[in-house]
Design a binder for this molecule. Structure first.
Ligand code: PHE
Length: 479
């Protein structure tokens, strides 16, 4: 096969791919979502399942996505079409590309609303609203923001425009420059926060919550009926942990695939995937270690939901020396982290429009951005005018449903199919050639894991969540 080249250009070098993919991976998922879902799902045991999923599901699938992307050198939709043709298999694989585009639209629509919260906190912090703020004060500042649809709409709009501008400019300009400085700066600021958390007096309690697993508490729901404890197994948190592994590594929807399609030929895919996963996990764990001590020191509720960091970090910044400046810089960096993730969510759709509808990048970015913006209104209203029960489905708002559907169903399903495609449909010759590391030990391990372990793990977690495994066990059908 003659080697393909991408019409969209290439990263300048190996480091740029790693930085861009890390920019995609590190985002609100690490700093906003990881702490709050860990809080809602009881801590340690949840974190252990999440870490396990990063290692045995996340890293192999990331390698597969980069490998497929670089071989196809096009938008995920066209890449899947070309590779399916190369490997002489069914054209239905193209649906995997389409599913990814849809997931990207859905995710960015609510992601942008949350990024809007971070934007608004930049200004609040800068003018000193958080100085000396109490837990109650931080709570009412947050509620004041989310209950006002107009303000949320304005920030959501601003964030979407920011994403459209960078995507319109293409892979090299803008994006590469932004990630080079901002990602390391975010890391440093997280360490400052960690330093504050260390001195809250509740550091140990925070660590215990994060790292001491109590499996019985997380995976079983227990009631006391007539004084007798009655426990039922609940696989839900496990699915949430796995879903988050996909979300935080940007896997299962083509973001990493499309970035891989701009990767220069001879760069190591394995090294890049490990590096990205490591950095992403480090950021999430440090964020957790910085936030939970503040939660406990102030008697807050770890399970208080999506507002968690927006109600705890202001207390930390409000109390620390120089907090007004640190706080402002922190929220600026959080916005940047969200920005570098946001653009990767629509890059697959934009690349497809450029390839197939011969649009310019600018036009494509505008069309995609406007559609996502419109869908985002549903999430804007979820926190205020549509928060009432009459607008909910099974107690979930539009925002909750989109988040659940994408992170816990669409991404794991997309990832499962990517694993099956890479392991079973891409020939051994093709994948050996693309990985460029020979048919040695590492390749053999990857192939074994991606063919058997990863798909089976994903399927088990799914079956577990809908109660099938528990049912089989109770009927003694499993052993
Ligand atoms: N990984 C990003 C985060 O953690 C979110 C994301 C998901 C980006 C899927 C791209 C694709 O914030």
């Amino acid at each position: 096969m003659t080697e393909r080249t991408s019409i969209h250009g290439q990263w300048s070098n190996r480091i740029m791919f790693i930085l861009a993919a890390t920019g995609s991976a590190v985002g609100l998922g690490n700093i906003w979502k990881f702490p709050y879902i860990t809080g809602e799902n009881g801590g340690g045991a949840f974190v252990m399942v999440y870490l396990g999923c990063i290692a045995i599901v996340g890293v192999p699938i990331m390698m597969a996505e980069i490998m497929i992307g670089r071989r196809g050198r096009q938008s995920p939709i066209n890449t899947m079409r070309s590779l399916a043709r190369d490997e002489k298999t069914g054209s239905a694989w193209v649906l995997l590309g389409w599913g990814g585009v849809l997931a990207g639209f859905f995710i960015l629509s609510y992601y942008s609303v949350i990024a809007g919260w971070a934007l608004s906190y930049v200004f609040r912090s800068a003018v000193g609203v958080f100085n000396g703020v109490t837990a109650d004060g931080a709570h009412s500042i947050f509620s004041g923001l989310v209950s006002d649809p107009e303000r949320l709409l304005a920030w959501h709009t601003l964030f979407m425009v920011m994403c459209m501008v960078v995507v319109a400019r293409g892979v090299r300009h803008g994006l590469e420059k932004a990630v080079r400085i901002l990602m390391p700066a975010l890391f440093v600021l997280l360490l400052v926060l960690l330093g504050y958390a260390y001195n809250t007096g509740a550091f140990q309690q925070g660590l215990d919550f994060l790292f001491t697993p109590d499996y019985t508490k997380v995976f079983y729901n227990c009631d006391f009926l007539n004084g007798v404890e009655n426990c039922t197994f609940d696989g839900g948190p496990m699915l949430i942990a796995m879903g988050h592994a996909f979300f935080t590594l940007s896997l299962g929807m083509g973001a990493i695939m499309v970035y891989g399609s701009y990767m220069p030929k001879h760069n190591s895919i394995t090294g890049a995937a490990m590096m990205i996963a490591l950095l992403d996990t480090a950021v999430a764990l440090i964020a957790g270690m910085a936030i939970f001590p503040v939660v406990f020191a102030n008697g807050l509720e770890p399970g208080s939901g999506p507002g968690l960091i927006f109600q705890t970090l202001p207390i930390a910044f409000g109390a620390m020396q120089g907090g007004q400046i640190f706080g402002t810089i922190f929220f600026v960096l959080l916005v940047f982290a969200a920005w570098t993730s946001g653009i990767s969510l629509i890059e697959p759709a934009v690349a497809w429009l450029v390839e197939n509808k011969s649009m310019t990048r600018v036009r494509a970015a505008i069309w995609v951005g406007m559609s996502v913006w419109l869908l985002g209104l549903g999430s804007v209203f979820s926190f205020n005018v549509w928060s009432g029960e009459e607008f909910q489905l099974f107690g979930n708002t539009f925002f909750d449903l989109l988040d659940y559907l994408t992170a816990n169903i669409m991404l794991p399903l997309g990832g499962l199919l990517i694993a099956v495609f890479a392991g079973w449909y891409v020939s051994r010759n093709s994948s050996v050639d693309e990985f460029n590391m020979g048919d040695g030990f590492i390749y053999k391990i990857w192939r074994l894991v991606i063919r058997y372990i990863t798909p089976v793990a994903v399927v088990i977690v799914f079956l577990n969540a809908i109660g099938v495994i528990d049912w089989l066990l109770s009927k003694n059908l499993l052993w």
